[in-house]
Each structure stands twice: as C-alpha cells, then as structure tokens.
Write a protein that binds this ligand. Structure first.
Ligand code: ADP
Ligand code: MG
Ligand code: ZN
Length: 481
C-alpha cells in the first residue's frame, strides 16, 4: 500500500456576543421563544434597510487583531445568493470581495514543536435562521437570523486531528478572553467545518478535498477527521477518485454522508450589497479596540509565575478557562493569598467539577466566599476539614460562608472555659493515658488530644487543645477523682 498524508483547512464560524443583531436592533440572545426576536430587516421584508452594528465591528476587529491579521480600513458587504428556508432574504450578507481581516497566523504546540497556522482571512457575515425538525415536521426559528458572525478561514496547514484541536482550543480561549463570544459548540456559537484531502507522501500538490459540516464537539471533529482520512485513502486505493463535496457528520452513527456537491463561488452570484455603504475602520475605532485588549493566556501564565510565584503547571491550569482565571484573580485581590487560592482552585474545585461533570465554564463560586474561607482558616476560626465542607456548599448551593458556618455552629470553640472543662472531662475518662503521659510517654498526649477533638466535634484548634491539656496535666490531681 502507498503512504498517504492528510491536509486540513478550517472554516470556523464564531457568533459575536453583541446585545443586538448585525443589521437590526433585535435582541441577539440565545434561547428565546421561537420567532420572538425578529423584525422586518432580519425577516427579509422588501424595503427594510440594514444598518451595521458598531459593536459587532469592534468585536470583529478585536478578533482579527488577536489572530495577527491585517485589518482592512475599508471593507465591504456582499450578497451571497441562494434559496433555503432559513434564509428569508434569499441572500446572505457576507464579505466576499473585501473581507475585514486578512493574512494572520496562530502558533500551536505540536509533538514536534511549535507550528504556525496561517489565517487566510476573516470576514463578517450574518447568521441564518434555524430549522427545527420535530415530530416528523420541520419548523423555522428566525431568532438566529441576522446574528453577527465572523468566519475565520485557515490555510490547509494542518496535518493531524490533534493539531486541529490544539488550534481550536487556543482560538476559543483567546476569543473568550476577548469577551467577543461564548464559543459554546453545544449552542452553536462556535461552529467548525473541516476541509480535508489526502495525497501520496512526497507529492507537492494537494489532493481533492471534501468539507465536513455538523461537527458539534471537539470529539466529533477528531472522529470525523480520522474517519474521513480513512475513507479517502480507501477510495484512492480502490482506484477511485475523491468527489469534491460537502459531507454531513452523523453524530449518532459516528460516520459522515455526502450531502451535496460542492458549489463554486460563481454559482452564488456574489455582488456588493447596494443597501450598505463601505465598512470603515477608522483610527478611533482601532485605538478603542487596542485599549480594551485583555491579557492573553500566555501573558497571564508568565505573570502568575512572576507575580505570585505559582508553578508553571498551576498557571497553565488556572488560565485554561476565563472563569477560573477570573475567580483566581478576584479572590487573590481580596485575600492577598495567591498560593492558597491557587490550591483551592487546583484541588477542591477540580474535584468538585469532576464529580459534578461540569466544565470550569459553569463555575459560579463567588470570589468573596472563597476569600472569606481562606481568612477564617488563617485566623484559626475554622479548620481545613470544615472549610472543605463549607466550600462544597458554596460550590453547589452558593451559600454565604459566614451565615452557613454560624447557622451550623461550625466556628472553632474558642472559649477557654469550654476548652478547660472538656479537658478535665477527658482526663477523668482516660486515666490510663494520663498515667502513661506522666511516665514519660509523649504519645499518650496525642491520644488525649484526639479524644478532646472528638468531644468538640472537630471544631477546635489542635494547637490550643494541646496547650490546654498540658496545662491541666501539670496540675496535681489531674486524672484522679
Ligand atoms: P471555498 O471558497 O470553495 O470554500 P477555499 O479555497 O476558500 O474554498 O477553502 C476553504 C477551506 O478549505 C480553507 O480552510 C482551505 O484551507 C481549505 N482547503 C482548500 N483546499 C484544500 C485541500 N485541497 N485540502 C484541504 N483543505 C483545503
Ligand atoms: Mg468557503
Ligand atoms: Zn431584526
């Protein structure tokens, strides 16, 4: 058998997180009742005129800059003409001739070192409505019609599925840090089409490619790549030819099927949208976007190491989601205990996320709550075991730590009277240990401390308990009637 290698290029759609749609004032929020977020513009009524959402342009520019692209000071909107029920205008407004961003790159870590993935272009466009197939019927929800998107197109620079995932993870996180999109694949705010071809090793020309759609998770992306590479090699090995087509990934069946022959650009009859003026990105907008640029993950990692003395490993995990990094930074700002905060996020928080089957994205712990627990431990008001118990409640039920600890009587026993009273009781009960201690067996003291902690329900500071016991043991008559 001949040796083959795969090549892949991506088309990534990202829904921008704006309050309203790209060309009208309709709400852009996800999940509203079907067809309640619509108007004549996004329903394609004759005579309705589009106006560009400036915030969408800002977010697009921010993403373009974050991908190292050149930003076009003047770009244009074009009409891509086709009929489909989810497309009420019979054309999609997109950017074909002059996209807003071109010529960028993103580097990824691969097994054989750093690799640069070239970004060919990024353009702005509007989303289509959504077909809902249910009970043997198909309905249409136009709430999504007109939501702003950017489409990021890479060069065919990927040679493995792992590289594709590394790129997508980096891209997603960077866009999330920008606050430009939620990038939730399950909700469709991040959608990835994979173009894939194979060729004989050593050949310099690319093979004929297919495009795969309907990939709803990174796992599907990986599986689809694996399968499509195998399928294409099998076709070529059998003496056949690859048909340039669009294929649909079937999640349940773990396989893809041909959907339609790939259209060519000419078939869409692109032409500049006469209703929209050129899109100008002026200096003012560029400066505004540059000023708002957040710290990226790589920069955070370095700062966490330098400023807080965290290990590289911890810094990598803490920056792996915006929610985690934000919780870390906000809690540290309150309690000024970066290592302690990091420990809570690296151990207890990870454990709870795992147990609950949640992602860091779902985190809803209030920084004030975690900081309070850390304060209490430091001041000896609660011990670690109890702090973990309370943190679980904070994590799961968002309780207020102080109220919860008070209501459940979990603060440490601080009263010297109660400590002493308990000590005498324990000494009376454990005569043997008292004798042992007097005979010079230090170990006996440990047992007595344990007994006292038990009586106090664990809510005491072991150091103070030990001290109190020692004091009582010095008094003659301890352990006697
Ligand atoms: P179209 O305009 O027909 O969609 P493009 O040239 O814009 O095609 O490419 C779309 C995507 O497909 C890009 O991400 C590109 O990198 C990728 N691509 C193009 N040709 C190939 C190929 N032969 N093998 C793998 N990927 C390819
Ligand atoms: Mg394309
Ligand atoms: Zn509208």
């Amino acid at each position: 058998m001949k040796q083959y290698e795969a090549r892949m290029g991506l088309e990534v759609h990202v829904e921008l997180k704006t309050a309203s749609k790209l060309f009208c004032g309709c709400r852009a929020a996800f999940g509203g009742t079907a067809n309640t977020q619509v108007c004549p513009v996004c329903l394609g009524y004759p005579g309705a005129l589009p106006v560009v959402n400036r915030h969408a342009t800002e977010l697009a520019v921010a993403i373009g800059l974050a991908l190292g692209c050149d930003i076009a000071r003047v770009s244009r909107f074009d009409r891509k003409n086709y009929f489909y029920p989810d497309n009420p205008q019979n054309y999609q407004i997109t950017q074909w001739y002059l996209p807003i961003a071109t010529n960028g790159s993103v580097s990824i870590e691969t097994e054989s070192g750093e690799k640069k993935i070239r970004i060919r272009q990024m353009h702005m466009e509007e989303d289509a409505g959504k077909l809902v197939h249910e009970d043997g019927q198909t309905r249409i929800d136009y709430n999504r019609s007109g939501i702003p998107l950017v489409e990021i197109v890479t060069e065919p620079d990927f040679s493995t599925g792992e590289e594709v995932i590394a790129f997508l993870e980096k891209l997603r996180l960077r866009i999330q840090y920008l606050g430009a999109s939620d990038c939730r694949m399950q909700e469709g705010s991040l959608r990835v089409d994979v173009n894939l071809s194979v060729r004989e090793c050593g050949s310099s020309a690319l093979g004929v490619r297919t495009e795969m759609k309907n990939l709803n998770s990174f796992r599907s992306v990986l599986l689809a790549i694996e399968q499509e590479e195998k399928r294409q090699i099998a076709v070529l090995e059998a003496g056949g030819a690859i048909v340039q087509e669009t294929r649909r990934w079937l999640e349940q069946e773990n396989t893809s099927v041909a959907m339609r022959k790939k259209e060519t650009a000419g078939e869409y009859r692109y032409f500049p949208d006469p209703d929209l003026p050129p899109l100008i990105v002026d200096r003012e907008l560029l400066e505004k976007v540059a000023k708002k640029r957040p710290e990226f993950r790589e920069e955070k990692i370095e700062r966490y190491k330098a400023e807080y003395g965290l290990s590289g490993y911890d810094a990598v995990i803490l920056t792996s989601s915006v929610q985690l990094a934000t919780l870390f930074e906000e809690t540290t700002a309150i309690c000024k205990e970066p290592k302690e905060v990091s420990n809570w996020l690296m151990t207890e928080t990870q454990r709870l996320l795992r147990e609950q089957g949640q992602d860091a994205e779902d985190l809803s712990v209030a920084p004030e709550a975690l900081a309070t627990l850390i304060f209490y431990i430091k001041e000896g008001k609660i011990n670690r075991t109890i702090a973990k118990e309370v943190y679980e409640k904070v994590f799961l039920e968002r309780v207020d730590p102080e109220t919860y600890i008070r209501a459940n009587g979990l603060f440490m026993e601080e009263s010297a009277d109660i400590l002493e009273e308990t000590a005498w009781l324990v000494l009376k009960e454990c005569k043997k240990s008292v004798e042992d201690y007097r005979a010079g067996k230090e170990k006996a003291l440990g047992f007595l401390v344990g007994q006292m902690m038990k009586r106090l329900g664990g809510k005491a500071n072991p150091a103070r308990v030990t001290e109190c016991l020692r004091k009582c043991l010095q008094i003659d008559g301890a352990g006697k009637e």
